[in-house]
Ligand binder design. Structure first.
Ligand SMILES: *[C@@H]1O[C@H](CO)[C@@H](O)[C@H](O)[C@H]1NC(C)=O
Ligand SMILES: *[C@@H]1O[C@H](CO)[C@@H](O)[C@H](O)[C@H]1NC(C)=O
Ligand SMILES: *[C@@H]1O[C@H](CO)[C@@H](O)[C@H](O)[C@H]1NC(C)=O
Ligand SMILES: *[C@@H]1O[C@H](CO)[C@@H](O)[C@H](O)[C@H]1NC(C)=O
Ligand SMILES: *[C@@H]1O[C@H](CO)[C@@H](O)[C@H](O)[C@H]1NC(C)=O
Ligand SMILES: *[C@@H]1O[C@H](CO)[C@@H](O)[C@H](O)[C@H]1NC(C)=O
Ligand SMILES: *[C@@H]1O[C@H](CO)[C@@H](O)[C@H](O)[C@H]1NC(C)=O
Length: 291
């Protein structure tokens, strides 16, 4: 091989490698901020697109044609307010979904698919979101703190994923009147069967409207914070199959009659005491699930 040929082949290899490295990234060229284009860009990154055949620009272009695409709901102005693709066999990542294009989004339902990769930090841009369900997928990586931005979210379900990291206290309102971030509106929080760990932050007790907390089957440890006793609407508390220890805070059960609670791993005298009182005072009787 001559020197020149050697250089050429080196250059070719370099080109090939750069291409391979660049390919997985989204088409970076700036495009009009159209929501339809943002959806199509994401579609192109999805392995099995057959489910999204309706996602195509028709020659007869009307401003809100994307509103008729499968899983898309729009408001009267043609803004996407719902992305509902649960149970559709989606394979791929959310990396190429440009969340900044959907400031009006109220509902993001992608449960029971085969989505991989991380939950993008940019999910924090969906500041009007009310419903977020990413459960039963194969997401990995850290549960992003940017979710603290989703102050309108009523239901948050990331169960049955391989996500890890901790339930950062910053996700929840800090208890001060003027606090701007945190999941203020949360009513149902489900993080079942994940790889998430760490302490359950006492700030969770500042989400006053919580009715359901299901953290069972993850790797949380420490004690159940007594601040949860302040949640007057709470009816379901599922904490089983974690590495929790200590006692069930008395005020959680004393404050109301939980319809359902499961607390395997929580030990101590209070456990039994609670059970007795529960039998005596709880009209549901069976409320204590011991497994
Ligand atoms: C385009 O759409 C408009 C309204 O949706 C309809 O009236 C018109 O006939 C369509 N044109 C063609 C060429 O399909
Ligand atoms: C694509 O998705 C459809 C609908 O869920 C499914 O029936 C099909 O098996 C999938 N194909 C591949 C190659 O994953
Ligand atoms: C939180 O939302 C604001 C807009 O209300 C946005 O400017 C900011 O980038 C968001 N932060 C994150 C971490 O997503
Ligand atoms: C809570 O956050 C607000 C700003 O969002 C801040 O002004 C306040 O000091 C914080 N309070 C506590 C107790 O950290
Ligand atoms: C909590 O619920 C009450 C009653 O439904 C409602 O008026 C209030 O706006 C809710 N608070 C938040 C922060 O969503
Ligand atoms: C689960 O978390 C542990 C540490 O908490 C880590 O060692 C392990 O790799 C994680 N597994 C997955 C699948 O993320
Ligand atoms: C419960 O709420 C009261 C008043 O809002 C507060 O003073 C107290 O610290 C809270 N308890 C816990 C355990 O967070």
């Amino acid at each position: 091989m001559t020197k020149q040929v050697k250089h050429l082949s080196l250059f070719a290899t370099f080109l090939l490698v750069s291409l391979l490295v660049l390919l997985p990234f989204c088409n970076a060229k700036p495009s009009p901020n159209s929501q339809a284009e943002a959806l199509l860009k994401w579609k192109q990154s999805i392995a099995n697109q057959s489910i999204l055949t309706s996602w195509a620009i028709k020659t007869n272009l009307s401003i809100s044609s994307h509103c008729k695409w499968l899983g898309i709901a729009c408001n009267n102005a043609g803004d996407v307010i719902g992305l509902n693709l649960a149970y559709t066999g989606l394979k791929g990542t959310l990396k190429c979904l440009d969340f900044s294009s959907f400031p009006q989004l109220l509902r993001l339902d992608l449960k029971v698919n085969q989505l991989t990769g991380t939950i993008p930090i940019t999910i924090g841009l969906l500041t009007n979101l009310q419903f977020l369900d990413l459960s039963t997928n194969a997401f990995t990586g850290i549960f992003p703190l940017s979710v603290a931005n989703l102050s309108m979210v009523v239901e948050l379900d990331v169960s049955r994923n391989m996500i890890s990291g901790e339930l950062d206290s910053g996700l929840f309102p800090n208890g001060t009147e003027g606090a701007k971030t945190g999941l203020f509106s949360l009513q149902r929080l489900l993080i079942q069967d994940t790889n998430m760990s760490g302490y359950i932050p006492l700030e969770l007790g500042n989400c006053k409207n919580l009715t359901l907390i299901a953290l069972d089957g993850s790797h949380f440890f420490g004690t159940i914070p007594s601040s949860l006793g302040n949640l007057s609407e709470l009816t379901v508390l599922r904490m089983a199959e974690n590495q929790l220890s200590g006692e069930i805070p008395w005020n959680i059960v004393a404050a109301r009659e939980l319809l359902e609670h499961s607390t395997t791993g929580v030990t101590g005298k209070m456990d039994r005491e609670f059970k007795q009182t529960n039998n005596a005072d709880n009209p549901w009787g069976h409320g204590y699930i011991h497994n």
